[in-house]
Design a protein around this ligand. Structure first.
Ligand SMILES: Cc1cc2nc3c(=O)[nH]c(=O)nc-3n(C[C@H](O)[C@H](O)[C@H](O)COP(=O)(O)O)c2cc1C
Length: 74
């Protein structure tokens, strides 16, 4: 949120969601280009993630993305 000092408070959450969507799409594009699989996840333990990443009260966990190898097909 500190990086959005010039954005009106009422718009910060939607701006953050748009940014998260764009970031997520980039991860999907990279994963596809590298032959990896990924899924976006919102049902996550935000407190545990924030603690593991050392995030402060100014940071907010919106989404998570799991990356792995695609299921093998025969
Ligand atoms: C914003 C958002 C949040 C999501 N959160 C979850 C989640 O917490 N857990 C989950 O299993 N799938 C979640 N999904 C769905 C997965 O990202 C994915 O679309 C789904 O697992 C189907 O993947 P597949 O088509 O590759 O099988 C979410 C999708 C969106 C768009």
């Amino acid at each position: 949120h500190a990086r959005m000092a010039l954005v009106p408070v009422a718009q910060r959450e939607s701006f953050a969601s748009v940014a998260a969507g764009a970031i997520s799409q980039n991860v999907y594009l990279f994963a596809a280009s590298a032959g990896l699989a990924t899924v976006i996840r919102a049902w996550i333990d935000r407190d545990a993630i924030a603690q593991a990443l050392g995030l402060g009260h100014d940071h907010q966990v919106l989404l998570s993305q799991t990356i792995g190898y695609p299921k093998m097909t025969e």
